[in-house]
Design a protein around this ligand. Structure first.
Ligand code: AG3
Length: 276
């Protein structure tokens, strides 16, 4: 068996390692270090600046949960904006909804898209969708521009260090607010409440200062830091914790179902208390 391992340091006292058989690709893009490795347990994995973004084996959990919760709790998600998400997994799930009329996707680093198309074709499977307008651009600048209005916005970013840092600020959330219709809803990946508690609390209070309704849900994504991973919704009108009337789930899922949708919003006390 190969004796090569890659490490991810979560905190100064906690790191994980994965046995790998191969480094399939490595490059330094204008924005970050990008690597694709073949692991023995999780299939291929995409790593940005030392942080694992997707593994073939569990990416479905993250992508189904970041996409279908907002897409199904909104009554009519016709126009969608995805910020980040260069691997294409969020787009793949959004594109399954027949209600979708157009999706704008804004990714700062074209190399992530290229690497995903080459090494993760089953994730990058919707870049040919006719409803897609792809922008290789800075999400911050895009959000300041005259786009939309959108019904649903999904911020599928990496951690708030490096290129994604400004995507966690009040100013950015205010710009997103202004890009949405009067019943719009945004969901952002908001890190581990346990290990990245400050980031998590910041997202919540920043969204709270902009949106009428803010709700948190979680899912366990085994290749991220152990325990729950959070997603936070800012909404102008609709609650996010259930499927909207008249909507139905678009085809077979591997993780998402209507019970999971509701249950994901049930928060353990230690998380609920962080939001007080
Ligand atoms: N975006 C969230 C990745 C966070 C991972 N963090 C970490 N490993 N420290 C994933 C992008 C998938 N489309």
């Amino acid at each position: 068996m190969s004796n090569f391992w890659i490490y991810e340091s979560h905190t100064p006292g906690y790191e994980v390692r994965w046995r790998i058989t191969n480094i399939l690709h490595q490059e330094t893009t204008p924005y970050q270090k990008l690597a694709v490795v073949e692991t023995t347990e999780w299939g291929k994995a995409l790593i940005l600046d030392g942080a694992l973004q997707i593994s073939e084996r569990d990416e479905f959990i993250y992508h189904e949960m970041i996409a279908h919760v907002p897409m199904l709790s909104h009554p009519q998600p016709n126009r969608v904006l995805i910020i980040g998400g260069g691997d294409g997994g969020t787009l793949r799930e959004v594109a399954r909804h027949p209600e979708l009329q157009s999706v704008d996707m804004v990714e700062i680093d074209e190399r992530v898209i290229e690497a995903s198309k080459r090494f993760f074709p089953q994730v990058a499977s919707s870049f040919t969708d006719k409803r897609l307008n792809l922008y290789i651009a800075d999400g911050i600048e895009f959000a300041r521009g005259n786009h939309g209005p959108y019904d649903v916005i999904i911020v599928d970013s990496s951690d708030p260090v490096g290129p994604a840092e400004p995507l966690f600020t009040v100013d950015f959330y205010r710009d997103l607010y202004n890009l949405m219709d009067e019943d719009g809803m945004v969901v952002v990946q908001s890190e581990s409440p346990l290990f990245f508690a400050d980031y998590f609390k910041n997202v919540y209070s920043n969204l709270k200062s902009v949106f009428q309704l803010v709700q948190v849900y979680t899912a366990t994504i085994p290749t991220y830091v152990s325990g729950p991973w959070s997603f936070t919704v800012g909404s102008k009108k609709h609650r996010a914790d259930g499927i909207a009337e008249g909507r139905s789930i678009p085809g077979p899922m591997k993780y998402y179902n209507s019970s999971i949708h509701k249950a994901a919003f049930a928060l353990p006390e230690y998380i609920r208390q962080m939001l007080e």
